[in-house]
Write a protein that binds this ligand. Structure first.
Ligand code: FAD
Length: 465
């Protein structure tokens, strides 16, 4: 169970200490932009944690006292030094699209917006390895990679807006997870440039295993200024929508497709009521009553095979629409998957929330058991992923439950039946992940942020030390 509640936090710094940070930055001629307007402070102190009825009240009113916009590494070092000198908490921000309040400054202080660090430093022509600054938007990186015939391996459905640093520090996977697993899987993140938070900050370069303690650590143990990631050969993905009237047949197709030799970058399965709520791409017919939908990003050479594959297995799957990614108008299929499904559903049903889990195999029994107990208060949205090398189905079910105890009861029910839960209603790195303290993450914090100023309250292992 997650411990819903605020962790022990340092005192919010005095206005004088924050003012001293601002003076140091202004007098030091760093050229950073400082924002003090209450509307800016509020806007840049929040993210998409309003998906969670547990996090929303917990994080209300948590606002930075100063926002700093940086666009160069030397500016980041100046901010780190000023905050360390004055013992002012420092919370990092990319595009602010996280779902767990990751960039909400729990103890006030400074929010450092890194979205101005936008330089692509290198694309290795031989390996396709990319080194880019933390504030680069993922969509811009794919545009930079395209002339080299390369593309990012993994992207959240917020690909258009999310930053590379924010994705590595706060995300987990998404489009591409069917082929490349999750960000934490060895081989995806290759190197990091990190600024430490000390009176005399150091600029470190980490490689190999050294990157892992900072991978998905919510910016608690180092400021990432540049990242080196492996890329994939670019594929002109086709968007495909398949309709099913029978849920079991749809679920079986979702389970069997990743075991074929068809090249897929994403596969999402939406239960009929969920499909009805989505804004389908222009030209794609809306779902018929009771139609469950399987969404694919498939390589062009998979397309001639799909209709026969569907026909031969029975189950009534029908190809409903197909269109090249990036060419059609309206919402791309990518933005109907992962937490965009939740976004669209909540736009119509604001009282709903969601969960995240890796389903046990076979999946049908758990889904059926939840249906029997919770009925239409839980609607299913599945995503195909590769977990430790094996094809698995993850789920982001939509849930009409509003209290922590109701959500805990559903999570416990699923856990008891073999699901692995990634709780989106917890505040800390540990609660949103494997649930356990990672000693390497804590050791990295001690080495890079000895005074514990970075994103206070988000690393349980540090708070409990
Ligand atoms: P932010 O939200 O700004 O920051 C995220 C975390 O990283 C914070 O803890 C912040 O302090 C830290 N951070 C930011 N920059 C740095 C840095 N330079 N150095 C150190 N720490 C830093 N996530 C997925 O993994 N997969 C999905 O498919 C997905 N879909 C989503 C769909 C929707 C509609 C929404 C709202 C969210 C979704 N997310 C998803 C969550 C989020 O969009 C992604 O994780 C995204 O990559 C975060 O990037 P960001 O730039 O917005 O980071």
């Amino acid at each position: 169970m997650s411990a819903y509640g605020l962790p022990p936090l340092p005192e919010a710094p005095s206005p004088e200490a924050v003012a001293a940070v601002a003076v140091a930055l202004e007098r030091g001629g760093s050229g950073v932009q400082l924002l003090r307007d209450p509307a800016d402070l509020a806007r840049l102190s929040t993210d998409f944690h309003d998906y969670s009825p547990v996090l929303t009240p917990l994080l209300a009113g948590r606002v930075a006292q100063l926002v700093v916009l940086a666009s160069r590494v030397d500016q980041v070092m100046a901010v780190a030094a000023a905050c360390a000198d004055q013992a002012v908490p420092l919370t990092l921000r990319g595009a602010g699209t996280g779902n767990y309040g990751q960039c909400v400054p729990l103890a006030g202080g400074v929010v450092l917006d890194l979205s101005g660090l936008q330089r692509v430093r290198q694309i290795d022509p031989h390996s396709g390895v990319l080194e880019a600054e933390a504030g680069c938007r993922l969509a811009d990186l794919d545009r930079a990679l395209a002339p080299h015939g390369r593309a990012l391996r993994l992207a959240p459905s917020t690909w258009r807006t999310a930053t590379l640093g924010g994705f590595i520090a706060g995300g987990s996977g998404g489009i591409g997870s069917l082929r490349w697993g999750f960000l934490r899987d060895p081989g995806n993140l290759l190197g990091l440039e990190v600024v430490t938070v000390e009176p005399q900050p150091r600029l470190l370069r980490l490689e190999g295993d050294g990157v892992q303690p900072l991978n998905h650590a919510y910016g608690t143990n180092g400021i990432l200024t540049a990242l080196t990631v492996a890329t994939a050969a670019a594929v002109p993905w086709e968007q495909v929508v398949i309709g099913f009237s029978d849920w079991e047949a749809a679920l079986e197709a979702a389970r069997d497709l990743p075991a074929t030799a068809l090249e897929l970058d994403a596969l999402a399965l939406l239960e009929a009521p969920v499909a009805t709520a989505l804004p389908w791409p222009q030209g794609c017919p809306g779902p018929e009553p009771g139609e469950h939908r399987l969404l694919l990003l498939a390589a062009p050479d998979a397309l001639p095979v799909l209709p026969d594959w569907l026909a031969h297995r029975g189950g009534g799957g029908r190809l409903r629409w197909q269109g090249a990614q990036g060419r059609g108008r309206g919402v791309p299929l990518r933005e109907l998957t992962w937490n965009h499904t939740t976004l669209h559903w909540r736009a119509r049903h604001p009282g709903w929330t969601y969960l995240q889990m890796l389903l046990p195999q076979p999946e049908a029994a758990l889904i059926q058991a939840v249906r029997e107990r919770w009925g239409d208060a839980v609607l299913w949205h599945l995503e195909a992923v590769r977990q430790s090398g094996s094809a698995r189905l993850a789920a982001l079910p939509l849930v009409q439950l509003a209290t922590a105890s109701e959500l805990d009861a559903l999570m416990a029910f699923c856990r008891d039946r073999g699901a692995f839960i990634f709780d989106p209603h917890g505040l800390t790195v540990e609660d949103g992940g494997l649930g356990v303290v990672d000693a390497d993450e804590v050791a990295a914090k001690l080495a890079h942020d000895p005074a514990g100023l970075l994103n206070p309250g988000k690393l349980r292992g540090w708070s409990e030390r």
